[in-house]
Ligand binder design. Structure first.
Ligand code: ADP
Length: 914
């Protein structure tokens, strides 16, 4: 009994442990496990995952067939069952399963016939492969619910235990236990074998692997022999840290779920596994049962998903999704930014109402129908921003289809092209604008390819060349260039190839044969890859100015030859630098220095070459030049032989159009000879002046001193006449008479001479003198003779002149007296006229008298010069001499024009006041 009890107890314990393992594997297994009676197909047992997969409750399932539950269609099920019957064991059999809610899932089945209690039973393990993601989610749920399930399991375990206890008390318990043991053992090995997840049993004490299934070996890549008895660390499956963390998690915990571990396979590749563990006792040894589900793929998918969602959140495009009722189910950051609604605001709302309020759902549905046909629908349309603005978007819409081919919604990717459209529009406008500018430009514009063939000319360019645009297009620009410029043109095209931009002149020949000079500004053109594709030139017609420039050059060269051949020294000084820019070669003749020597000499100090006494005069001259822009000065310039020569320098200041002085242009003339002559003249003049003064003084003194003895002669001859007249003979009377008359004449002559010599010394300060009054004065003085000779006098209105009044009276009186005295047969007619010149008054006194022979016209102004005897006409011949002296004293001149018998005209001038 004891033995039997012992056996019973051992068997029972074994059974219990197996049972626990089975139930653990059952419960923990992420795949669906079901036991079906082969005879009638009724489901005997299943794990929660199974129920999960098909969507029925345990009650609805247990005792029913899969046909009753309409899990499979009949034919498929038949095939499946036949396959199992035939092979007794199948794996990776893919079949479509209809869930309670009529949705479909795809299950990968492994199944095997096993004998349970002598009943043929099919053990099936099904892996839902409908959607990896779905699996993941599903699993997550399972794991979340595990607590509850475990609790259920525990209670069911407890139930089982109590049941077992009950059974134990029964007599056939051993048999039963043995059977159960057998059953459990078979079940276990079947589960072991078929399970798509890795199952591994490790000791708690030293973590040695006691047992594992094939999937575990597949996962780690080692053979069974390499694995059993070793720790995962020894196999280098996981590193120490991960392993310790894992042990920490599992130790002390009865069960741990879903620990994700990355392990290294034998070949070094990595594998992600989600482990669920449970502490169990086998043969009284505490062990850990680990079930590992390969999540490498889903991890990858998860990473990909994370990456995708990160990508989606980061893209600037708006990405959103909505279901068939337009309810927004996804809304990325780009959408938030583009449309102004946050994810929170957008999710769950109607996308049509939100973004396209001007449309109805039906209208949009109609449009979206096209998506079905085309897979991706591309549109450009307006979408409303939260702030009411329209956004232009380039939209791609595609369908969301689940694995069963059913359409569940749409994904939209919108790219904001508002700005792009605006820019395109502006670009078009500006293109238009520039086209107009180019066409209307006053410059010629030509575009040619790299070999010179014209691709484009504007209207102005065609007009300049005299061809139509059509004639020019395709023509090689070379053929338009004048022969002498062709090489230049080719050289310029080469420069463009080197990327050089430049300006130059080219002579074309117009269609009508005329020359066309153009100033060309040329630059190379490149395509977007930077390849040189042609050249653009802007061309200005400079024919006219070219002609003018040529003429200028011609005249300039002429001018230069004049300068170079000049007798005078011509130079140009740059005012800014103070340097000579030009000195004519004549400097060698004039100063003895070559132009270079003179430039070098003056560079040291310009005043060096000027006579020390003339330097301040020179400096004053330069100051004056700055004010007047021109100056003329005379100074002594050093010559190479060490002496000086007199220079007359005419300097002009040349300014730019802002008034800034640019150049001093000078013309130095050697006036040494003139200066010498001037000096001689000056000396002669001085001498003349001196002798004149001496003469005047002599005339005055002699005439003055003669007066006294003359008076004596006159007095005693008159006395003689009075006392002895008629007392002497008649001859004596005559002689006395001659003496008296001679004395009178001498007195007259001396008076006249005295008068003449006093003209200068007696003169008064000049004042304004009214000649009208002067004339009246004269006519009054002469009234007796005017009446006597019946003189007719006419005159112009007479001016006021700046003069000595008495002397003016004297002038007019002398001239009028003569005009009366030298009258002809007719009564005298005298006309006085006057002309005003720039510098002076010119008076004209005209008579109708006897006239003067040309040969005497100069002489009559000499002292005591007369043309007639005293018998014919009285007078001393001094009148005109005095008149001339007065006029000269006033700064004027006197002359006569006359012909004998035709009257005389006397002219004299009186300068205006200075
Ligand atoms: P005078 O009148 O005393 O002879 P003048 O010096 O006035 O001396 O004149 C010099 C001479 O000029 C005159 O003698 C006369 O021959 C001539 N003469 C001057 N005025 C006239 C005149 N109006 N018509 C003709 N002869 C004139």
């Amino acid at each position: 009994m004891v033995k039997s009890d012992q056996i019973n107890n051992r068997n029972y314990e074994e059974y219990r442990q197996y049972s626990e393992m089975v139930s653990t594997i059952f419960e923990l297994n992420p795949d669906a496990i079901s036991l079906t009676r082969a005879s009638d197909g009724k489901i005997i047992d299943c794990n929660p995952e199974y129920l999960n997969q098909i969507g029925y409750s345990r009650e609805e399932v247990i005792g029913h067939t899969s046909l009753e539950l309409e899990l499979f269609n009949f034919k498929e099920r038949q095939l499946f069952v036949n396959e199992i019957r035939k092979k007794q064991s199948i794996s990776d059999y893919e079949i479509k399963v209809k869930r309670k809610d009529n949705s479909f899932i795809i299950i990968l089945y492994s199944a095997k016939f096993i004998n349970v209690d002598g009943i043929q039973t099919i053990l099936s393990i099904g892996k839902d492969i409908t959607e990896r993601k779905q699996i993941e989610e599903q699993k997550q749920k399972i794991l979340e619910n595990e607590q509850q399930l475990t609790e259920e399991l525990q209670s069911s375990n407890e139930e089982l235990q109590s049941t077992t206890e009950e059974l134990l008390s029964q007599t056939n318990e051993l048999q039963f236990v043995n059977n159960e043991l057998l059953k459990s053992s078979k079940l276990l090995s079947a589960i072991y074998e078929l399970n798509p997840d890795a199952i591994v049993l490790t000791t708690v004490s030293d973590s040695k692997i006691i047992d594992c299934n094939q999937e575990y070996l597949n996962q780690i890549g080692y053979t069974r022999d390499e694995t059993i008895g070793h720790t995962s660390e020894e196999l280098n499956l996981i590193n120490k840290v991960t392993r310790e963390a894992y042990i920490d998690e599992t130790r002390g915990n009865n069960k741990v779920s879903n620990i994700e571990i990355q392990g290294r396979r034998k070949d070094g590749s990595f594998i992600d596994v989600a482990y669920s563990t449970r502490q169990i006792t086998v043969n009284n040894i505490p062990m850990i049962l680990n079930i590992g589900h390969d999540i490498t793929e889903s991890k990858k998918a998860e990473k990909q998903l994370k990456f995708d969602s990160l990508l989606l959140s980061q893209v600037t495009d708006a990405v959103f999704a909505f279901d068939n009722n337009f309810k927004i189910t996804y809304w990325n950051k780009g959408a938030e930014k583009m449309f102004g609604y946050t994810q929170k605001e957008a999710l769950g709302t109607n996308s049509v109402e939100l973004l396209r309020p001007n449309y109805t759902n039906v209208e949009i549905e109609n449009k979206l129908r096209e998506v079905g046909k085309k897979k991706i629908l591309t549109n450009i349309l307006y979408v409303k921003h939260k702030n009411g603005n329209d956004i232009t978007v380039d939209q791609n819409v595609s369908l969301i289809v689940n694995d069963l081919g059913l359409q569940t919604g749409y994904v939209v990717v919108d790219r904001d092209i508002t700005e792009k459209i605006k820019i395109e529009h502006e670009l078009k406008e500006s293109e238009e604008k520039y086209r107009n500018i180019v066409e209307l430009a006053n410059e010629g514009i030509m575009i040619a390819d790299t070999s010179g063939h014209i691709n484009f000319v504007n209207a102005k360019m065609a007009e300049m060349l005299g061809y139509s645009s059509e004639e020019l297009l395709g023509t090689n620009a070379k053929s338009l260039v004048s022969k002498e410029n062709r090489n230049l043109g080719l050289q310029k095209i080469e420069n463009r190839k080197k990327g050089i931009q430049e300006s130059y002149n080219i002579k074309y020949i117009r269609k009508n044969g005329e020359e066309l000079w153009c100033l060309i500004s040329a630059s190379p053109m490149y395509d977007y890859k930077g390849k040189h594709i042609g050249n653009m030139t802007m061309q200005t017609d400079i024919t006219e100015s070219k002609k003018a420039t040529d003429a200028l050059l011609e005249s300039e060269s002429r001018f230069h030859s004049v300068l170079d051949n000049s007798q005078d020294v011509i130079y140009r000084i740059n005012v800014q630098t103070g340097n000579y820019e030009y000195v004519s070669p004549s400097t060698k003749n004039v100063l003895g220095y070559s132009p270079e020597e003179l430039i070098a000499l003056i560079a040291k100090n310009p005043l060096n070459t000027i006579h020390p006494d003339d330097r301040s005069k020179f400096q004053k001259g330069i100051k004056k030049l700055e004010q007047n822009d021109k100056v003329e000065m005379e100074y002594r310039h050093q010559t190479k032989n060490g002496g000086y020569c007199w220079i007359s320098n005419k300097i002009g200041l040349i300014r730019d159009n802002t008034g800034k002085p640019l150049y001093r242009d000078g013309n130095m003339r050697d006036i040494t000879k003139r200066k010498q002559i001037e000096k001689q003249i000056e000396a002669a003049m001085d001498e003349l002046r001196r002798s004149n003064e001496e003469l005047e003084r002599f005339a005055y003194v002699s005439s003055h001193d003669l007066q006294e003895p003359l008076r004596m002669v006159k007095l005693y001859s008159q006395l003689l006449e009075r006392r002895y007249k008629d007392n002497l003979d008649s001859d004596a009377d005559d002689f006395i008479e001659y003496i008296v008359e001679g004395a009178n004449r001498m007195k007259q002559l001396i008076d006249d001479l005295l008068e003449y010599s006093r003209v200068n010394s007696k003169a008064k300060e000049f004042v304004n003198v009214d000649i009208e009054k002067v004339l009246n004065n004269v006519l009054r003085n002469l009234s007796i003779s005017i009446t006597e000779y019946n003189v007719k006098i006419s005159h112009d209105p007479l001016p006021t002149v700046f003069a000595d009044q008495n002397q003016m009276i004297q002038v007019f009186q002398n001239l009028i007296t003569n005009a009366i005295k030298f009258h002809g047969s007719n009564p005298p007619e005298i006309n006085i006229s006057v002309q005003k010149d720039k510098k002076e008054w010119k008076f004209v006194v005209k008579d109708n008298g006897i006239g003067i022979d040309l040969k005497h016209q100069q002489k009559i102004f000499e002292v005591f010069k007369r043309l007639h005897t005293r018998d014919q006409y009285p007078g001393t011949g001094i009148g005109l001499s005095i008149t001339q002296k007065i006029i000269i004293h006033h700064g004027g001149q006197i002359w006569v024009e006359s012909q004998p018998g035709k009257g005389s005209t006397f002219y004299f001038t009186i300068p205006h006041q200075k």
